[in-house]
Write a protein that binds this ligand. Structure first.
Ligand SMILES: Cc1cc2nc3c(=O)[nH]c(=O)nc-3n(C[C@H](O)[C@H](O)[C@H](O)COP(=O)(O)OP(=O)(O)OC[C@H]3O[C@@H](n4cnc5c(N)ncnc54)[C@H](O)[C@@H]3O)c2cc1C
Length: 431
Protein backbone atom coordinates (compact mmCIF):
# COMPACT_ATOMS: atom_id res chain seq x y z
CA UNK A 1 0.00 0.00 0.00
CA UNK A 2 1.29 3.47 -0.84
CA UNK A 3 0.42 6.03 1.80
CA UNK A 4 -0.28 9.58 0.67
CA UNK A 5 0.17 12.07 3.52
CA UNK A 6 -3.25 13.58 3.01
CA UNK A 7 -6.46 12.84 1.13
CA UNK A 8 -9.15 15.39 0.39
CA UNK A 9 -12.68 14.22 -0.39
CA UNK A 10 -14.96 16.78 -2.02
CA UNK A 11 -18.69 16.30 -1.47
CA UNK A 12 -20.05 14.69 1.71
CA UNK A 13 -22.51 12.19 0.24
CA UNK A 14 -22.83 8.45 -0.24
CA UNK A 15 -19.57 7.85 -2.08
CA UNK A 16 -17.61 10.08 0.29
CA UNK A 17 -18.68 8.24 3.45
CA UNK A 18 -18.02 4.84 1.92
CA UNK A 19 -14.62 6.01 0.70
CA UNK A 20 -13.64 7.14 4.21
CA UNK A 21 -14.61 3.73 5.63
CA UNK A 22 -12.70 1.94 2.87
CA UNK A 23 -9.57 4.07 3.36
CA UNK A 24 -9.49 3.40 7.10
CA UNK A 25 -10.42 -0.21 6.42
CA UNK A 26 -7.28 -0.53 4.30
CA UNK A 27 -5.27 0.73 7.27
CA UNK A 28 -4.69 4.21 5.89
CA UNK A 29 -3.67 6.42 8.81
CA UNK A 30 -2.93 9.71 7.04
CA UNK A 31 -5.05 12.88 7.13
CA UNK A 32 -8.52 12.74 5.58
CA UNK A 33 -10.37 16.01 4.98
CA UNK A 34 -14.01 15.77 3.92
CA UNK A 35 -15.69 18.93 2.66
CA UNK A 36 -19.44 19.04 1.99
CA UNK A 37 -21.63 21.96 1.07
CA UNK A 38 -24.73 20.63 2.84
CA UNK A 39 -25.16 21.16 6.56
CA UNK A 40 -25.61 17.43 7.22
CA UNK A 41 -23.04 14.65 7.54
CA UNK A 42 -23.31 12.13 4.67
CA UNK A 43 -26.78 10.59 4.46
CA UNK A 44 -28.54 8.05 2.28
CA UNK A 45 -30.69 9.64 -0.42
CA UNK A 46 -32.97 6.69 -1.33
CA UNK A 47 -35.24 7.23 1.73
CA UNK A 48 -35.82 10.87 0.70
CA UNK A 49 -38.54 9.83 -1.73
CA UNK A 50 -39.74 6.91 0.41
CA UNK A 51 -39.77 6.53 4.25
CA UNK A 52 -38.50 10.00 4.99
CA UNK A 53 -41.22 11.60 2.88
CA UNK A 54 -43.84 9.37 4.46
CA UNK A 55 -42.82 10.37 8.02
CA UNK A 56 -45.16 12.81 9.72
CA UNK A 57 -42.40 15.09 10.98
CA UNK A 58 -38.67 15.34 11.72
CA UNK A 59 -39.35 13.55 15.04
CA UNK A 60 -40.51 10.39 13.29
CA UNK A 61 -37.96 10.43 10.47
CA UNK A 62 -35.90 7.28 9.96
CA UNK A 63 -32.18 7.55 10.69
CA UNK A 64 -30.48 7.93 7.34
CA UNK A 65 -26.81 8.63 8.07
CA UNK A 66 -24.55 6.59 5.78
CA UNK A 67 -22.43 5.98 8.88
CA UNK A 68 -23.43 6.17 12.55
CA UNK A 69 -23.01 9.40 14.52
CA UNK A 70 -19.48 9.53 15.84
CA UNK A 71 -17.99 7.69 12.86
CA UNK A 72 -16.12 10.69 11.47
CA UNK A 73 -14.66 11.64 14.82
CA UNK A 74 -13.69 8.07 15.62
CA UNK A 75 -11.99 7.83 12.25
CA UNK A 76 -10.22 11.15 12.67
CA UNK A 77 -11.81 12.77 9.67
CA UNK A 78 -11.53 16.53 9.41
CA UNK A 79 -15.18 17.06 8.48
CA UNK A 80 -16.04 20.50 7.13
CA UNK A 81 -19.77 20.88 6.51
CA UNK A 82 -21.69 23.78 5.01
CA UNK A 83 -18.70 24.70 2.90
CA UNK A 84 -18.06 24.08 -0.77
CA UNK A 85 -14.79 23.62 -2.56
CA UNK A 86 -14.78 26.45 -5.05
CA UNK A 87 -11.47 25.86 -6.76
CA UNK A 88 -9.02 23.04 -7.25
CA UNK A 89 -5.41 23.89 -8.05
CA UNK A 90 -4.27 20.61 -9.57
CA UNK A 91 -0.62 21.69 -9.90
CA UNK A 92 -0.11 23.05 -6.38
CA UNK A 93 -2.61 20.45 -5.03
CA UNK A 94 -4.57 22.95 -3.02
CA UNK A 95 -8.34 23.31 -2.75
CA UNK A 96 -9.96 26.65 -1.95
CA UNK A 97 -13.10 26.61 0.19
CA UNK A 98 -16.08 28.97 0.06
CA UNK A 99 -14.90 30.65 3.29
CA UNK A 100 -11.53 31.44 1.70
CA UNK A 101 -9.54 28.81 3.58
CA UNK A 102 -7.39 26.33 1.69
CA UNK A 103 -6.81 22.61 2.10
CA UNK A 104 -3.74 20.93 0.65
CA UNK A 105 -3.82 17.33 -0.52
CA UNK A 106 -1.70 14.56 -2.00
CA UNK A 107 -4.69 12.74 -3.46
CA UNK A 108 -8.18 14.04 -4.00
CA UNK A 109 -11.49 12.23 -4.49
CA UNK A 110 -14.29 14.13 -6.20
CA UNK A 111 -17.64 12.81 -5.00
CA UNK A 112 -19.75 15.78 -6.01
CA UNK A 113 -22.86 13.85 -7.07
CA UNK A 114 -25.46 15.36 -9.36
CA UNK A 115 -27.83 18.27 -9.71
CA UNK A 116 -31.52 17.91 -10.43
CA UNK A 117 -32.32 18.91 -14.00
CA UNK A 118 -34.55 21.96 -13.94
CA UNK A 119 -37.34 23.09 -16.27
CA UNK A 120 -37.69 26.79 -17.15
CA UNK A 121 -41.48 26.69 -16.64
CA UNK A 122 -40.91 25.66 -13.02
CA UNK A 123 -38.16 27.80 -11.46
CA UNK A 124 -36.85 26.42 -8.20
CA UNK A 125 -37.80 29.58 -6.35
CA UNK A 126 -41.41 29.53 -7.59
CA UNK A 127 -44.10 28.87 -4.98
CA UNK A 128 -44.86 25.19 -4.38
CA UNK A 129 -42.38 23.91 -6.94
CA UNK A 130 -40.10 21.14 -5.70
CA UNK A 131 -36.98 19.40 -6.92
CA UNK A 132 -35.96 16.45 -4.75
CA UNK A 133 -32.25 15.89 -4.28
CA UNK A 134 -31.37 16.79 -0.70
CA UNK A 135 -32.62 16.16 2.82
CA UNK A 136 -33.69 19.79 3.04
CA UNK A 137 -35.64 19.41 -0.25
CA UNK A 138 -37.39 16.33 1.17
CA UNK A 139 -38.34 18.09 4.40
CA UNK A 140 -39.75 21.06 2.47
CA UNK A 141 -41.76 18.78 0.20
CA UNK A 142 -43.04 16.77 3.16
CA UNK A 143 -44.19 19.93 4.91
CA UNK A 144 -46.02 21.06 1.76
CA UNK A 145 -47.64 17.65 1.42
CA UNK A 146 -49.22 18.03 4.88
CA UNK A 147 -51.63 20.61 3.49
CA UNK A 148 -51.51 20.00 -0.28
CA UNK A 149 -54.27 17.99 -1.92
CA UNK A 150 -53.11 17.43 -5.47
CA UNK A 151 -49.50 16.96 -6.50
CA UNK A 152 -48.50 16.98 -10.15
CA UNK A 153 -45.21 15.27 -10.86
CA UNK A 154 -43.34 16.00 -14.06
CA UNK A 155 -41.44 12.89 -15.12
CA UNK A 156 -42.37 9.19 -14.92
CA UNK A 157 -38.89 7.92 -14.13
CA UNK A 158 -38.07 6.01 -10.95
CA UNK A 159 -38.00 9.13 -8.82
CA UNK A 160 -41.21 10.64 -10.18
CA UNK A 161 -43.11 7.39 -9.70
CA UNK A 162 -41.75 6.91 -6.18
CA UNK A 163 -42.92 10.39 -5.26
CA UNK A 164 -46.35 9.67 -6.77
CA UNK A 165 -46.53 6.45 -4.78
CA UNK A 166 -45.56 8.18 -1.54
CA UNK A 167 -47.98 11.06 -2.14
CA UNK A 168 -50.84 8.60 -2.62
CA UNK A 169 -49.91 6.81 0.60
CA UNK A 170 -50.20 10.16 2.37
CA UNK A 171 -53.69 10.69 0.99
CA UNK A 172 -52.86 13.18 -1.76
CA UNK A 173 -54.09 12.94 -5.31
CA UNK A 174 -51.13 12.29 -7.66
CA UNK A 175 -50.88 13.00 -11.38
CA UNK A 176 -47.78 12.31 -13.43
CA UNK A 177 -46.93 13.99 -16.73
CA UNK A 178 -44.47 12.13 -18.95
CA UNK A 179 -43.20 13.26 -22.33
CA UNK A 180 -42.32 9.71 -23.47
CA UNK A 181 -45.17 7.40 -24.48
CA UNK A 182 -44.52 5.09 -21.53
CA UNK A 183 -43.18 5.08 -17.97
CA UNK A 184 -39.46 4.35 -17.43
CA UNK A 185 -39.05 4.30 -21.20
CA UNK A 186 -35.24 4.53 -21.12
CA UNK A 187 -34.61 1.67 -18.71
CA UNK A 188 -37.23 -1.06 -19.00
CA UNK A 189 -38.93 -2.91 -21.88
CA UNK A 190 -42.46 -1.90 -22.94
CA UNK A 191 -44.04 -4.95 -21.27
CA UNK A 192 -42.64 -3.87 -17.89
CA UNK A 193 -43.71 -0.26 -18.42
CA UNK A 194 -47.22 -1.53 -19.09
CA UNK A 195 -47.24 -3.58 -15.90
CA UNK A 196 -45.99 -0.68 -13.76
CA UNK A 197 -48.42 1.80 -15.34
CA UNK A 198 -51.24 -0.57 -14.38
CA UNK A 199 -49.95 -0.72 -10.79
CA UNK A 200 -49.76 3.07 -10.64
CA UNK A 201 -53.30 3.41 -11.96
CA UNK A 202 -54.64 0.77 -9.55
CA UNK A 203 -53.03 2.69 -6.69
CA UNK A 204 -54.85 5.83 -7.78
CA UNK A 205 -52.22 7.73 -9.79
CA UNK A 206 -53.24 9.36 -13.05
CA UNK A 207 -50.56 9.08 -15.71
CA UNK A 208 -50.51 11.49 -18.63
CA UNK A 209 -48.16 9.70 -20.99
CA UNK A 210 -46.81 11.16 -24.23
CA UNK A 211 -47.72 14.62 -22.89
CA UNK A 212 -45.94 17.85 -22.11
CA UNK A 213 -47.23 21.12 -20.72
CA UNK A 214 -48.43 23.51 -23.43
CA UNK A 215 -49.19 26.31 -21.02
CA UNK A 216 -48.20 26.83 -17.41
CA UNK A 217 -49.82 29.44 -15.20
CA UNK A 218 -48.23 29.99 -11.81
CA UNK A 219 -50.45 30.61 -8.75
CA UNK A 220 -51.71 34.18 -8.84
CA UNK A 221 -51.95 34.53 -5.05
CA UNK A 222 -50.90 32.60 -1.94
CA UNK A 223 -53.08 29.49 -1.69
CA UNK A 224 -53.96 29.51 -5.41
CA UNK A 225 -53.07 26.53 -7.60
CA UNK A 226 -50.83 25.94 -10.62
CA UNK A 227 -52.78 25.56 -13.87
CA UNK A 228 -51.09 23.23 -16.32
CA UNK A 229 -52.50 22.74 -19.81
CA UNK A 230 -51.20 19.65 -21.56
CA UNK A 231 -50.66 19.16 -25.30
CA UNK A 232 -53.92 17.21 -25.54
CA UNK A 233 -55.85 20.09 -23.98
CA UNK A 234 -56.29 18.53 -20.52
CA UNK A 235 -55.97 21.09 -17.72
CA UNK A 236 -54.49 20.08 -14.37
CA UNK A 237 -54.87 22.21 -11.30
CA UNK A 238 -52.11 21.47 -8.77
CA UNK A 239 -51.29 22.59 -5.24
CA UNK A 240 -47.76 21.26 -5.63
CA UNK A 241 -45.55 20.57 -8.62
CA UNK A 242 -42.60 18.21 -8.28
CA UNK A 243 -40.16 18.13 -11.17
CA UNK A 244 -38.31 14.83 -11.50
CA UNK A 245 -36.77 14.89 -14.96
CA UNK A 246 -33.33 13.52 -14.23
CA UNK A 247 -29.93 14.54 -13.08
CA UNK A 248 -26.88 16.23 -14.49
CA UNK A 249 -23.46 15.30 -13.18
CA UNK A 250 -22.09 17.98 -10.86
CA UNK A 251 -18.80 18.68 -12.60
CA UNK A 252 -18.19 22.44 -12.46
CA UNK A 253 -15.26 22.06 -10.06
CA UNK A 254 -13.67 19.31 -12.16
CA UNK A 255 -14.30 21.17 -15.40
CA UNK A 256 -12.74 24.39 -14.08
CA UNK A 257 -9.77 22.39 -12.84
CA UNK A 258 -9.19 21.16 -16.40
CA UNK A 259 -10.14 17.50 -15.84
CA UNK A 260 -11.54 15.56 -18.80
CA UNK A 261 -15.33 15.68 -19.01
CA UNK A 262 -17.35 13.30 -21.18
CA UNK A 263 -18.79 15.40 -23.99
CA UNK A 264 -21.70 12.97 -24.48
CA UNK A 265 -23.04 12.60 -20.98
CA UNK A 266 -21.33 15.39 -19.01
CA UNK A 267 -19.70 13.18 -16.36
CA UNK A 268 -16.11 13.33 -15.10
CA UNK A 269 -14.21 10.77 -17.17
CA UNK A 270 -12.80 7.95 -15.02
CA UNK A 271 -11.35 4.54 -15.80
CA UNK A 272 -12.29 1.29 -14.08
CA UNK A 273 -10.13 2.30 -11.09
CA UNK A 274 -11.89 5.70 -10.82
CA UNK A 275 -8.81 7.63 -11.98
CA UNK A 276 -9.54 10.92 -13.70
CA UNK A 277 -7.33 12.51 -16.35
CA UNK A 278 -5.10 13.80 -13.50
CA UNK A 279 -2.94 11.14 -11.82
CA UNK A 280 -3.69 12.27 -8.24
CA UNK A 281 -7.37 13.03 -8.63
CA UNK A 282 -10.07 10.38 -8.53
CA UNK A 283 -13.84 10.56 -8.82
CA UNK A 284 -16.71 8.34 -7.70
CA UNK A 285 -20.50 8.19 -7.83
CA UNK A 286 -23.11 10.17 -9.73
CA UNK A 287 -20.58 12.73 -10.99
CA UNK A 288 -18.61 10.21 -13.07
CA UNK A 289 -18.65 8.82 -16.57
CA UNK A 290 -16.84 5.52 -16.37
CA UNK A 291 -15.03 4.02 -19.32
CA UNK A 292 -15.17 0.25 -18.87
CA UNK A 293 -13.91 -1.16 -22.14
CA UNK A 294 -11.80 -0.53 -25.21
CA UNK A 295 -14.67 1.25 -26.99
CA UNK A 296 -13.81 4.29 -24.87
CA UNK A 297 -17.49 5.07 -24.37
CA UNK A 298 -18.29 6.42 -20.94
CA UNK A 299 -21.24 5.25 -18.87
CA UNK A 300 -23.06 7.20 -16.16
CA UNK A 301 -24.80 5.21 -13.46
CA UNK A 302 -26.84 7.14 -10.93
CA UNK A 303 -27.37 4.56 -8.23
CA UNK A 304 -26.62 3.82 -4.61
CA UNK A 305 -24.72 0.65 -5.50
CA UNK A 306 -22.56 2.42 -8.08
CA UNK A 307 -21.64 5.17 -5.59
CA UNK A 308 -20.62 2.52 -3.04
CA UNK A 309 -18.73 0.43 -5.56
CA UNK A 310 -16.80 3.30 -7.07
CA UNK A 311 -15.98 4.70 -3.63
CA UNK A 312 -14.53 1.35 -2.60
CA UNK A 313 -12.51 1.13 -5.82
CA UNK A 314 -11.30 4.74 -5.68
CA UNK A 315 -10.18 4.33 -2.06
CA UNK A 316 -8.08 1.31 -3.00
CA UNK A 317 -6.68 3.08 -6.07
CA UNK A 318 -5.65 6.14 -4.04
CA UNK A 319 -3.57 3.77 -1.92
CA UNK A 320 -2.00 2.16 -4.97
CA UNK A 321 -4.14 -0.97 -4.81
CA UNK A 322 -6.51 -2.48 -7.33
CA UNK A 323 -10.09 -3.46 -6.53
CA UNK A 324 -12.29 -5.43 -8.89
CA UNK A 325 -15.40 -3.66 -10.13
CA UNK A 326 -18.75 -5.45 -9.77
CA UNK A 327 -19.59 -7.29 -12.96
CA UNK A 328 -23.16 -6.01 -13.14
CA UNK A 329 -24.90 -2.88 -11.92
CA UNK A 330 -27.74 -3.41 -9.45
CA UNK A 331 -30.53 -0.99 -8.61
CA UNK A 332 -33.70 -1.03 -6.53
CA UNK A 333 -36.81 1.05 -6.08
CA UNK A 334 -39.91 0.72 -3.90
CA UNK A 335 -43.19 1.94 -5.31
CA UNK A 336 -46.92 1.17 -5.35
CA UNK A 337 -46.37 -1.54 -2.73
CA UNK A 338 -43.72 -3.37 -4.74
CA UNK A 339 -40.00 -3.87 -4.34
CA UNK A 340 -38.39 -3.73 -7.77
CA UNK A 341 -34.76 -4.68 -8.33
CA UNK A 342 -32.73 -4.62 -11.52
CA UNK A 343 -29.51 -6.38 -12.43
CA UNK A 344 -27.46 -5.54 -15.52
CA UNK A 345 -28.30 -2.91 -18.07
CA UNK A 346 -31.08 -2.59 -20.60
CA UNK A 347 -29.95 -2.52 -24.20
CA UNK A 348 -31.49 -2.61 -27.64
CA UNK A 349 -32.60 -5.93 -29.09
CA UNK A 350 -33.00 -7.97 -25.90
CA UNK A 351 -35.68 -10.63 -25.88
CA UNK A 352 -37.49 -10.63 -22.52
CA UNK A 353 -38.98 -13.72 -20.92
CA UNK A 354 -41.05 -13.61 -17.74
CA UNK A 355 -41.11 -16.13 -14.93
CA UNK A 356 -43.78 -15.95 -12.26
CA UNK A 357 -47.04 -14.23 -11.60
CA UNK A 358 -47.47 -10.67 -12.85
CA UNK A 359 -51.16 -10.51 -11.98
CA UNK A 360 -50.78 -10.59 -8.22
CA UNK A 361 -54.24 -11.94 -7.49
CA UNK A 362 -54.75 -12.29 -3.75
CA UNK A 363 -51.04 -11.98 -2.92
CA UNK A 364 -48.59 -9.39 -4.29
CA UNK A 365 -47.18 -10.05 -7.77
CA UNK A 366 -43.89 -11.91 -7.80
CA UNK A 367 -41.96 -12.33 -11.01
CA UNK A 368 -38.66 -11.89 -12.84
CA UNK A 369 -38.28 -10.61 -16.38
CA UNK A 370 -34.97 -11.50 -17.97
CA UNK A 371 -33.64 -9.80 -21.10
CA UNK A 372 -31.71 -12.28 -23.26
CA UNK A 373 -29.20 -11.81 -26.04
CA UNK A 374 -28.63 -15.13 -27.81
CA UNK A 375 -30.19 -16.65 -24.67
CA UNK A 376 -27.50 -15.04 -22.48
CA UNK A 377 -29.09 -12.97 -19.66
CA UNK A 378 -28.06 -9.32 -19.87
CA UNK A 379 -30.74 -7.54 -17.85
CA UNK A 380 -33.19 -8.69 -15.20
CA UNK A 381 -36.08 -6.99 -13.45
CA UNK A 382 -37.36 -8.67 -10.30
CA UNK A 383 -40.62 -7.69 -8.66
CA UNK A 384 -40.89 -8.76 -5.01
CA UNK A 385 -38.35 -11.42 -5.93
CA UNK A 386 -35.01 -10.09 -4.66
CA UNK A 387 -34.01 -13.55 -3.38
CA UNK A 388 -34.56 -15.08 -6.82
CA UNK A 389 -32.52 -12.31 -8.42
CA UNK A 390 -29.66 -13.05 -6.04
CA UNK A 391 -29.86 -16.73 -6.96
CA UNK A 392 -29.66 -15.83 -10.64
CA UNK A 393 -26.68 -13.48 -10.27
CA UNK A 394 -23.97 -16.17 -10.67
CA UNK A 395 -25.49 -17.18 -14.01
CA UNK A 396 -25.27 -13.55 -15.14
CA UNK A 397 -21.71 -13.26 -13.94
CA UNK A 398 -20.67 -16.45 -15.69
CA UNK A 399 -22.22 -15.17 -18.94
CA UNK A 400 -24.01 -18.49 -19.47
CA UNK A 401 -26.85 -19.07 -21.93
CA UNK A 402 -30.10 -20.33 -20.46
CA UNK A 403 -33.02 -22.24 -21.86
CA UNK A 404 -36.00 -19.84 -21.63
CA UNK A 405 -38.54 -22.66 -21.21
CA UNK A 406 -36.59 -24.12 -18.28
CA UNK A 407 -36.21 -20.67 -16.71
CA UNK A 408 -39.93 -19.99 -16.85
CA UNK A 409 -40.82 -23.40 -15.38
CA UNK A 410 -41.94 -22.44 -11.88
CA UNK A 411 -42.02 -26.05 -10.67
CA UNK A 412 -38.25 -25.67 -10.25
CA UNK A 413 -36.95 -22.94 -7.92
CA UNK A 414 -34.70 -20.25 -9.38
CA UNK A 415 -31.98 -21.42 -7.03
CA UNK A 416 -32.19 -25.00 -8.35
CA UNK A 417 -32.39 -23.73 -11.93
CA UNK A 418 -29.27 -21.57 -11.48
CA UNK A 419 -27.41 -24.43 -9.83
CA UNK A 420 -28.22 -26.67 -12.77
CA UNK A 421 -27.08 -24.09 -15.35
CA UNK A 422 -23.81 -23.57 -13.51
CA UNK A 423 -23.23 -27.33 -13.05
CA UNK A 424 -23.81 -27.99 -16.74
CA UNK A 425 -21.23 -25.37 -17.64
CA UNK A 426 -18.61 -26.54 -15.14
CA UNK A 427 -15.69 -28.40 -16.67
CA UNK A 428 -15.88 -32.15 -15.98
CA UNK A 429 -12.91 -33.21 -13.88
CA UNK A 430 -10.87 -36.11 -15.32
CA UNK A 431 -11.66 -39.50 -13.83
C1 LIG B 1 -34.66 11.12 -3.77
C2 LIG B 1 -33.68 10.10 -4.23
C3 LIG B 1 -34.04 8.75 -4.21
C4 LIG B 1 -33.12 7.79 -4.63
N1 LIG B 1 -33.50 6.47 -4.63
C5 LIG B 1 -32.63 5.51 -5.04
C6 LIG B 1 -33.00 4.15 -5.01
O1 LIG B 1 -34.11 3.78 -4.64
N2 LIG B 1 -32.09 3.24 -5.45
C7 LIG B 1 -30.83 3.59 -5.87
O2 LIG B 1 -30.02 2.73 -6.25
N3 LIG B 1 -30.46 4.90 -5.91
C8 LIG B 1 -31.32 5.86 -5.50
N4 LIG B 1 -30.96 7.18 -5.53
C9 LIG B 1 -29.63 7.54 -6.06
C10 LIG B 1 -28.52 7.49 -5.03
O3 LIG B 1 -28.93 8.04 -3.81
C11 LIG B 1 -27.33 8.27 -5.59
O4 LIG B 1 -26.91 7.56 -6.74
C12 LIG B 1 -26.19 8.42 -4.59
O5 LIG B 1 -26.57 9.22 -3.50
C13 LIG B 1 -24.98 9.05 -5.27
O6 LIG B 1 -23.98 9.28 -4.32
P1 LIG B 1 -22.83 10.35 -4.58
O7 LIG B 1 -21.92 10.26 -3.41
O8 LIG B 1 -22.29 10.19 -5.93
O9 LIG B 1 -23.56 11.75 -4.57
P2 LIG B 1 -24.42 12.45 -3.45
O10 LIG B 1 -24.92 11.46 -2.45
O11 LIG B 1 -25.42 13.27 -4.18
O12 LIG B 1 -23.37 13.40 -2.70
C14 LIG B 1 -22.73 14.48 -3.32
C15 LIG B 1 -22.53 15.58 -2.32
O13 LIG B 1 -21.53 16.47 -2.78
C16 LIG B 1 -21.90 17.81 -2.46
N5 LIG B 1 -21.10 18.71 -3.30
C17 LIG B 1 -21.15 18.89 -4.63
N6 LIG B 1 -20.23 19.77 -5.04
C18 LIG B 1 -19.53 20.16 -3.95
C19 LIG B 1 -18.45 21.06 -3.73
N7 LIG B 1 -17.87 21.70 -4.74
N8 LIG B 1 -18.01 21.24 -2.48
C20 LIG B 1 -18.58 20.58 -1.43
N9 LIG B 1 -19.61 19.71 -1.58
C21 LIG B 1 -20.09 19.50 -2.82
C22 LIG B 1 -23.39 17.77 -2.76
O14 LIG B 1 -24.09 18.86 -2.23
C23 LIG B 1 -23.76 16.44 -2.10
O15 LIG B 1 -24.02 16.62 -0.74
C24 LIG B 1 -31.84 8.18 -5.10
C25 LIG B 1 -31.49 9.54 -5.12
C26 LIG B 1 -32.40 10.49 -4.69
C27 LIG B 1 -32.01 11.94 -4.72
Amino acid sequence: MSSPASILIVGAGQAAAVAVAALRGHGYSGRISLVGDEAHPPYERPPLSKDLLVAESSDTEPTIGVKPAGFYEENQVDLKLGLSVTQLDTTGKVATLSDGRTVGFDKCLLATGGLARTLPDFPEAAPNVFYLRTLDDARRLRAAMQTGKHVVIVGAGFLGLEIASTALSKGLKASVIEYAPRALARVVPPEFSGWLEAQAAQSGATLHLGQATREVVAPSAPGATWQLTLNNGAVLSADLVVVAVGLTANTSLARNAGLAIDTHNGGIVVDTQCRTSHGDIFAAGDCTSQVRDASGAGMRLESWQNANEQARIAAAAMLGETAEPAAYPWFWTDQFGHNIQMLGLPQAGLHYVTRGDTSGGASPAKFIMVGLHDNIPMHAIAVNAGGDLRALRPVFEAGLAIDPSQFTDTSVTVRAFAKQVLAQAAPVSPA
